[in-house]
Design a protein around this ligand. Structure first.
Ligand code: DAK
Length: 256
């Protein structure tokens, strides 16, 4: 099964994360396919207008990184993988055309981070957002400690990261995490319309706006702090207990 379905909708590339049996959790294959698209794949489109990213099925955009793979990671492979994920999201964020997330359900952990690395987010009314890594004894590993504060400010970002609470689409809209909320099932349509609207503007101006905004948030050392610490926690007793508890469908027992 292709980890990502790539379709051409009137000149817009629609990338659908395609692991519905695991609520579209991000694994290596999904990241490889994303990397390939933003490096080379997009060149196959004639006159590409923009990109929309969504999840397969009614239930999830992306429910996070694949927790079932966590136990295979040690400190160095954990932080390397996190760094690689971050690099791919930087590439997406720097893409010369608009990249819009059509969030059609759960956008948790790495899924919320993927949505936040898009330029704009449109949510279905049934979408849910959160950074629940702390429940697993972990932190976000794909830039979540950096991009969440950029979107919602320090107080709300601390609250979401430290409590791991999930919020609904309207609350995500209220705090600035998403740009627009539409009826359930309508996020993809709304995202396509938004790309079409942007495509009617000056293309060079749009590109400079994307580059200029990215310059504002350029400090990569802060992201590398996150990936190094992600690896350390992943290899710790706390991270192992968190992932094991998820797999065993029980509450984790963290040592104080
Ligand atoms: N990973 C793997 N499988 C997942 C998953 C995930 N994140 N989320 C759901 N699934 C699987 C479930 O295990 C279940 O599979 P089976 O048990 O049927 O085999 C299937 O999808 C359906 O899920 P549920 O049965 O749990 O469905 P419910 O409706 O009951 O609950 C839920 C939906 C979204 C509330 C629940 O599935 C859930 O809490 N999921 C986990 C959400 C979460 O904690 N996400 C954050 C993950 S941590 C990294 C860098 C960054 C990160 C990680 C690594 N490196 C580069 C190494 C970031 C960390 C995260 O994203």
């Amino acid at each position: 099964m292709n980890p990502i379905l790539v379709e051409n909708k009137n000149g817009i590339a629609v990338l659908t994360i395609n692991r519905p049996e695991a609520l579209n959790a991000l694994n290596q294959e999904v990241f490889d396919a994303l990397d390939e698209f933003f490096e080379e794949g997009y060149k196959a489109f004639e006159s590409l207008l923009g990109v929309v990213i969504t999840g397969n099925g009614e239930k999830a955009f992306v429910a996070g990184a694949d927790i079932k793979k966590f136990l295979e990671l040690d400190e160095s492979s954990g932080s390397e993988l996190s760094k690689r994920g971050q690099e791919i999201l930087f590439k997406m964020e720097a893409f010369h055309l608009p990249v819009i997330a059509a969030v059609n359900g759960f956008a948790l952990g790495g899924g919320c981070e993927l949505a936040m690395a898009c330029h704009i987010r449109i949510a279905s009314a049934n979408a849910k957002f959160g950074q629940p890594e702390v429940n697993l004894g972990l932190i976000p590993g794909y830039g979540g400690t950096q991009r969440l504060v950029q979107l919602v400010g320090k107080g709300k970002a601390f609250e979401l990261l430290l409590t791991g609470d999930m919020i609904d689409a309207n609350e995500a809209h209220r705090i600035g995490l998403v740009n627009q909320v539409v009826e359930a099932g309508q996020a993809l349509e709304a995202a396509l319309k938004m790309v079409e609207k942007i495509a009617s503007k000056g293309p060079k101006a749009c590109q400079v706006i994307i580059d200029g905004m990215n310059l504002y948030f350029k400090d990569r050392d802060r992201y590398f702090y996150e990936s190094a610490e992600f690896g350390r926690l992943m290899a710790s007793d706390e991270g192992k207990e968190g992932a094991t508890a998820f797999i065993e469908k029980r509450k984790p027992q963290f040592r104080k």
